[in-house]
Structure formats: C-alpha cells, structure tokens
Write a protein that binds this ligand. Structure first.
Ligand code: GLN
Length: 305
C-alpha cells in the first residue's frame, strides 16, 4: 500500500510544473507549488500516507461538504433543495452568469460558490460566529481532529479581495433567492474556507462519507446514511466543477476539490482517499493531485463507475 501511494505521488510530481498556485486570494500565493502528498483511510480506520504529508493547506471549497451536511442534518432535505439545485453547472466555481439568466434564480448546485453561500443562509444560527463554530464542529467530527482551526490570515485575505463572492451574495438577495445579512453570511463562508487541514484529515473526512456517515476512527455518527448518499452523489457530479466529467473518466469515484490544493475522495464502502498539492490546473483543481488519484484508482481498483 505505501509503495503504491509513493509511486502515485511520484507520478503526480511529474505534472506539477504545468500548474500554478491560486493567486486571486493573495495569501494563497504563498503556497508551495512543489508540495504533493496522498493519504488513504480505510473504513476500518487504518491510515497510510506518502509524500509531503506535513503540508498544511486551507480546505477552501471542500468545506462546502461540511456546511451542506450540516444543513441536511438540521433542515428538511426538500426545503434545502427547493432553494438550491442538484445539477452540474459546467461553469467555473464562481460564475454568476447562469444565476441571472435563468428564473427562478436558484444556484445550480450547492458546491459552486453561489450555492454554498445560499446553503449557509439557511442555517438557523444567531450570528456568523455561531454558524462558523457549527460548520467547524462538523468538520472536526468528520476528520476526528479536534484541533482543526481557522487560518485567520487566509480568511482576511479572501475577505479583502472577494468582490466576486460579494456580488454573488448580493445578487441572490436582490432577486429574493436568499435572505439575511450578506456580509455575515460571507464572513462564515470565508472563515470556513480558511480552515486548515492535512492530507490525513482529508482522508479521514472522505472515509466518514465512504462509511455512510460514521467516523472510522472513533465510531461517531456525523451524518445519516441518506445524507452521505446525497453528499457523495453531488461530489461525483459537481465536486470538481467544470472538471467533474473529466475527473469521472480519469479517476471514477466521488471527490471534492478546493483551491487550496486539496481533493477529498470517497470510495463508498471502502475508503477515503485524499491528496494535497497546491499547484492547480486552469479549473482550480490540484493538477498533481488528480494525476496521483488517477494512478491510485487504477492500482487499487477504486473506480466505482
Ligand atoms: N474560497 C474560495 C472562493 O470562494 C473557494 C473556491 C474553491 O475552493 N474552488 O473562491
């Protein structure tokens, strides 16, 4: 197993030069484009890893699985999906175009930025801090790592430069698709995206979804099996945005990416498989990470499609 992980990371390193780290969030420009790591956590809780496993990244869009899972834990499924769709968008993660063109002005799915911002607005908390604590709490339960915390420098960096996400939030409110204080909702969004993790955390989070919502390290139930099915289905169809189809062909299991360079994969009934590699392709997905997962999927027969 270790040998296969190492071989996959070695192969992933071969394409790192073709990618670049995210710079639209200035603080992310400091990430190391040469870092690459992979980890696998079986649903029996056994963890194996290879590469630069000490690398810490921010989860970015991977946090959308925790906030959506939290919404499904608290609100009725039909209510959530009356406000946000479940269809792939084939557009970049921060696109505004389809939101305006189609009535009702409902985000296409909860994993693009507009959808994730809307999902946060549905959560019944008093303020941004309470909402953030709840999302962070779910992520800690998914990873079994109680020390997860927000990198406030990354959160501030995004808050100071996020004209696009602000536009999405105010647009949603202007067409009455979303209610609430946009700045407070965005504050939670920026901070949940800036939660720090390692490749091991991501692998355990993926394993929690793979095992039907039960954390394999401590046996805690985080989500119902129905919620895990919904989260995995959306990861499969929308998890890598406009790169989801290509990922399905090349790798073939549900996964969620983030512009910090993480990808959290979940192979139902078997394992969480994750990579960390901040060099991104043109769609904002880890370029070395996808290559690494492609090799792991083949060598470990992880394909579910
Ligand atoms: N915080 C990032 C943003 O809103 C998350 C995007 C991503 O990881 N794809 O732009």
């Amino acid at each position: 197993m270790e040998r296969i992980l190492e071989e996959a990371v070695r192969s992933g390193r071969g394409v790192l030069r073709e990618g670049t780290v995210a710079t639209y969030i200035p603080e992310l420009a400091k990430s190391d484009p040469a870092a690459l790591a992979a980890a696998c956590c079986g649903i029996d809780g056994s963890i194996r890893s290879a590469g630069d496993t000490a690398t810490r990244i921010t989860v970015q869009s991977i946090s959308k699985m925790a906030s959506l899972g939290l919404a499904l834990n608290i609100c009725r499924e039909d209510l959530v999906f009356s406000r946000v769709g479940v269809e792939p968008s084939a557009d970049p993660f921060n696109s505004i175009m389809r939101l305006e063109m189609r009535a009702p002005h409902r985000p296409q799915n909860p994993l693009i930025n507009s959808g994730a911002i809307l999902v946060l607005s549905l959560l019944p908390f008093r303020d941004s801090n309470e909402r953030l604590e709840a999302v962070l709490g779910v992520m800690k339960k998914m990873s079994g790592n109680n020390h997860m915390s927000v990198n406030e420098a990354v959160a501030a960096s995004e808050r100071n430069t996020s004209d696009r996400n602000r536009s999405l939030g105010y647009f949603l409110r202007s067409v009455e698709a979303m209610e609430g204080n946009v700045e407070n909702i965005l504050d939670t969004y920026f901070r949940q995206c800036a939660i720090e993790c390692t490749v091991r955390d991501l692998a355990v989070m993926g394993a929690t979804l793979a095992s039907g919502g039960v954390n394999p390290l401590n046996g805690d139930r985080v989500f119902s099996s129905r919620t895990s099915i919904i989260l995995r289905a959306l990861m499969q169809t929308c998890g890598l945005y406009d790169g989801s189809g290509d990922f399905a062909v090349r790798v073939g299991f549900p996964a969620k990416s983030g512009v910090g360079g993480g990808i959290m994969g979940s192979v139902p009934g078997r394992a969480g498989v994750a990579v960390v590699g901040p060099a991104l392709d043109a769609r904002g997905n880890s370029i070395g990470g996808i290559r690494t997962l492609e090799i792991l999927s083949e060598k470990l027969s992880l394909r579910v499609l």
